[in-house]
Design a protein around this ligand. Structure first.
Ligand code: MG
Length: 201
């Protein structure tokens, strides 16, 4: 499986990063080794400025290529919540040199995802989500605020990359990203339902 991540999909986050509002989706990938399966996250030694980016995550349920947006709903059936951990210091270096972001985004365990998944059929849209750091609200948004909807993302990405069953799409983060520290308690919910809850070791 692969993990596809959308960048700058909320205008308030693009603004806080000093980035332009994109005219088409921006995507990058993380390998399967980025998935955090056990709920034990260790602050990675490669960075001194690790940031959280809480995001809705979509699970692809059917393989497809060049999927039309109007049929995209047939290609995913579950949503969860995850963190697109980012080594902001490394990313800034990569951006400055005009290089790809992989080492800032694709490192081991950079993609913790809730074990719980919610069936799309049981969700009310737009899907609201919140992220808390040490019980303080840091990010709050909903799928209606996305610049590119889930269906548009699937249509766009599948023009370039064949989507396979089990692939995951991180759909972008809203404003409020920030640094984490060892000992931080991170939690998130979807439509008020607790999805993940773990401590940075
Ligand atoms: Mg992100």
């Amino acid at each position: 499986m692969k993990i596809i991540c959308i960048g700058r999909n909320y205008s308030d986050h693009a603004k806080e990063m000093g980035a332009a509002i994109p005219s088409e989706p921006v995507f990058f990938m993380k390998p399967d080794t980025a998935l955090l399966k056990e709920n034990k996250f260790y602050y990675p030694s490669i960075t001194k400025d690790l940031h959280y980016e809480c995001e809705l995550v979509v699970k692809i349920s059917k393989a497809g290529k060049c999927i039309e947006a109007e049929f995209a709903k047939n290609y995913y059936n579950q949503i969860s919540l995850g963190i697109d951990f980012t080594a902001r210091d490394l990313q800034a270096q990569c951006k400055e040199m005009g290089l790809p972001w992989e080492k800032a985004k694709a490192f081991d365990n950079s993609a913790p995802i809730s074990e719980k998944w919610i069936d799309v059929a049981q969700l009310t849209f737009p899907v609201h989500f919140e992220f808390y750091q040490n019980n303080e609200l840091r990010q709050k948004s909903n799928s209606g605020e996305m610049l590119f909807s889930i269906d548009q993302i699937i249509a766009y990405v599948s023009r370039y990359v064949t989507l396979k069953t089990g692939d995951l799409i991180f759909t972008g983060t809203p404003a409020g990203v920030g640094p984490v520290a060892i000992g931080d308690h991170l939690s998130g919910n979807i439509n008020g339902e607790k999805m993940f809850d773990f401590v940075v070791h």
